[in-house]
Design a protein around this ligand. Structure first.
Ligand code: ADP
Ligand code: ZN
Length: 716
């Protein structure tokens, strides 16, 4: 090796792309010293990509010429040592490619072009930073994007700017502080006087300061869980810590934000529907923030003094990320709490079986809130309505109840977990049912929009006038969705003021807020909605909840179907009678004798959980076994099958593993891609996912096949 060669520096970069592994680049001297964990821009394929330095001493081969890093975005790593360790554990557990991990973990930091800079003293800048001279001719602030566009020699500009910032030659224009000024009445800060049960829970949580202590706060809707979180948060914040509250859905954030702002001053919000600018504001106030409320991606925001994590509605399947790296935000949060040695509280009225098992095995501390705070209409026993001889979507019993509720000035909720007018359209002449051209999926009729839509890939087309296979004009909608229910209600209770609450109607965050506000103010009598409506909302004037079709989702092939169904039904019925008025729950079903109907009651939660858990244990299903599902997808079915077969061959080397497949996924085609899966089951829970890591490291995947690893899959 020549001396020159010794001076060259090379780095390993995890490029933000789903491709396997890391890539080696040459590090130019102009960018200063390389540091692990900083972001860089590199040439990749024909374009440029961002990535993160995974290692600063890459091993290189003399025969290869390496491409050069173009730019460096950060002076210092964005995550501290503990969080880097946490992310490494996460990557290994979820069998994620480094690029996939980092693009999830740095989603919050990547939109940098909207940052703005100002140059207070052009003179000084031209002297010490010639690269920037000329760019800041005026005193106006320029966005990073403008600066990049204006430099002819783009390479290294981000680095130059961040150095100039560090040297105080230019300064970043910070947005105004974002704290709301809503918290004006000093009473609300004090909160309510906790009940004994609440007090006990609070003490356990805050007693664990600076120590890893996971607990499950188990209490029915309205039992005062949120008050417990808020009290614990208050104590943590008073001693200088920060609090992260994770919620499963964006839809829950307005309610939470309002409640937090009554009590705390420095509240930040984080979710995917925020603009780049709103996100930047949050990022730049991370240090000052007291409490951050957000959906799963907020887990990655590096709050420097994080001292308590709350995961509300912990059973919710939305905590599982399905795109890119698939991870459970709930489980990652527990790992983070462990890494940071801080308490974490998972709360639910209907805990997941995973968490329930952790309670039984003594790993999670159980905290109970047995009673409802306001009314103790302790038992709302749902009334089952037999729909076997009823044609219309709403029975007379439910119709009368709706009318009575409206007449009494109260509100109601109708739950129907199916969007659109009807889940399928059938030709009565030949029996044909139109399907999506790219998925194994029937098309849903959206009558008002005049279209047929695929709820899997979003494909849509105009509703045909005549059947494409026989030419007859004899279509009949099969089953019912929220749109049909809406039509029926307009016809039968014309003066009922209601709106649909599903993804077709609630298309934006502002729409969501507006609808919830209207309902809260009593401008609407009724909401009809899908599961979007069920989660965690607190509507004090709702006294009637109607489940329009309780049979949906019961008989799915998924082994979690009964758990999900129970959680959903219990959550829906928990919406009734939350204020000081008693509630009523009507459940329409064509299987009125089914045993599971008696399970729909929050007071049945514990026995339901224990029974279901025993069943899982008997069958060696999760959480008693660990499963990994590997999905190979490709436009060509034989390519996907080839790769899946090779994977099975590799997995056979792992002794003690049960291997299912290769076989077509339950939904074989999605968005034009064939999907072949391999399901690995590990009853010992000692093999998976660890033993797969070395296999994956050497796996050669051809370009036309995607391989997706799903550890602890949800929909099986
Ligand atoms: P959950 O989160 O379990 O649904 P909440 O914390 O929202 O329950 O409490 C339900 C209702 O009871 C809320 O209106 C809340 O203001 C009220 N509440 C909670 N704790 C108390 C308390 N200790 N004293 C009086 N009211 C309370
Ligand atoms: Zn489709």
């Amino acid at each position: 090796m020549t001396i020159e060669c010794l001076q060259e520096k090379y780095v390993e970069v995890a490029v933000f792309s789903p491709l396997a592994g890391t890539f080696t680049y040459r590090w130019p001297e102009s960018l200063g010293e390389p540091v692990n964990g900083i972001r860089v821009q590199v040439p990749f394929g024909r374009g440029k990509r961002f990535g993160i330095i995974a290692s600063i001493d890459a091993s290189v081969e003399a025969a290869i010429t390496y491409k050069e890093v173009l730019d460096r975005l950060d002076e210092k790593p964005l995550f501290d040592e503990k969080r880097l360790q946490w992310l490494e554990r996460v990557r290994r557990y979820y069998l994620a490619q480094p690029g996939d991990l980092w693009s999830s973990a740095l989603g919050w930091a990547s939109q940098d072009d909207i940052r703005r800079f100002r140059c207070p003293d052009s003179e000084a800048v031209s002297q010490s930073c010639p690269e920037l001279a000329g760019l800041f001719r005026t005193r106006a602030a320029l966005s990073l994007k403008t600066l990049i566009d204006r430099t002819t020699q783009t390479s290294g500009i981000r680095h130059v700017i961040s150095r100039a910032c560090a040297d105080q030659l230019i300064e970043e224009v910070l947005p105004d502080p974002m704290w709301a000024t809503q918290r004006n009445d000093s009473d609300s800060m004090a909160g309510l006087k906790p009940t004994d049960a609440q007090q006990q829970a609070i003490e356990v949580i805050i007693g664990a300061k600076q120590r890893f202590q996971p607990s499950l706060l188990f209490g029915r809707t309205g039992s005062g869980k949120t008050e417990v979180y808020l009290n614990a948060a208050e104590s943590v914040i008073q001693s200088g810590g920060q609090v992260l509250v994770l919620v499963p859905e964006i839809g829950l954030t307005p309610m939470w934000l309002a409640r937090l702002q009554q009590r705390f001053e420095k509240v930040a919000l984080w979710h995917s529907a925020m603009t780049a600018k709103e996100r930047l504001v949050v990022r730049q106030h991370l240090v000052q923030t007291d409490i951050l409320i957000g959906t799963r991606s907020s887990l990655f925001l590096p709050l420097p003094r994080l001292a308590l994590i709350v995961v509300d509605e912990e059973h919710d399947a939305s905590f599982k990320q399905q795109e890119g790296m698939s991870y459970s935000a709930r489980d990652m949060a527990v790992l983070l709490a462990q890494e940071l040695q801080i308490p974490i509280v998972l709360g639910s009225a209907t805990p997941s079986l995973e968490s329930w098992r952790q309670v039984l095995s003594g790993f999670y501390q159980r905290l109970d809130l047995p009673d409802r705070i306001v009314t103790d209409n302790a038992q709302i026993v749902p009334q089952v309505v037999d729909m076997r001889d009823i044609e219309s979507p709403v029975s007379d019993t439910l119709l009368t109840a709706l009318q009575e509720t409206m007449a009494g000035g109260d509100q109601s909720i109708l739950f129907l977990n199916r969007r659109g007018y009807a889940p399928a359209l059938q030709c009565t002449a030949c029996g044909d049912v139109p399907e999506c051209p790219s998925c194994s999926m029937r098309l849903t009729l959206h009558r008002r929009a005049g279209s047929l839509r695929c709820h899997t890939c979003g494909y849509r087309r105009r509703t045909p006038k005549t059947c494409e296979s026989c030419g007859e004009a004899a279509f009949l909608p099969l089953g019912e969705g929220t749109e049909k229910l809406e039509e029926w209600l307009h016809e039968h209770i014309p003066d009922l003021r209601f709106t649909r609450f599903d993804r077709d109607v609630i298309t934006s965050h502002s729409r969501l807020e507006k609808t919830l506000e209207q309902f809260e103010k009593g401008e609407l009598d009724c909401l009809i909605g899908t599961q979007m409506l069920v989660k965690g909302h607190d509507f004090p004037n709702v006294t009637l909840v109607g489940v329009v079709n309780a049979d949906l989702g019961v008989s799915l092939p998924d082994f979690r179907a009964s758990e999900r169904w129970w959680q959903q039904m219990t959550q829906v019925t928990g919406r009734a009678g939350r204020g000081d008025k008693p509630g009523r729950v009507l459940i329409q079903t064509r299987m009125p004798e089914a045993g599971w109907l008696s399970r729909i009651s929050e007071s049945e939660a514990e026995s339901t959980l224990s029974e279901e858990l025993q069943l899982r244990e008997m069958l060696s299903f999760p959480p008693f076994a660990r499963w990994v599902r590997i999905v190979c997808s490709s436009a060509k079915i034989e390519r996907a099958t080839q790769v899946a077969t090779a994977i099975v061959g590799q997995c056979k080397k792992i002794e003690g593993l049960q291997i299912g497949g290769p076989m077509p996924c339950p939904m074989e085609r999605v968005a034009g891609k064939y999907r072949i899966e391999v399901v690995l089951r590990d009853i010992s829970r000692k093999l998976l996912p660890w033993k797969l890591e070395p296999l994956i490291a050497v796996m050669q995947v051809p370009n036309d096949v995607r391989v997706r690893m799903d550890v602890d899959p949800q929909d099986m």
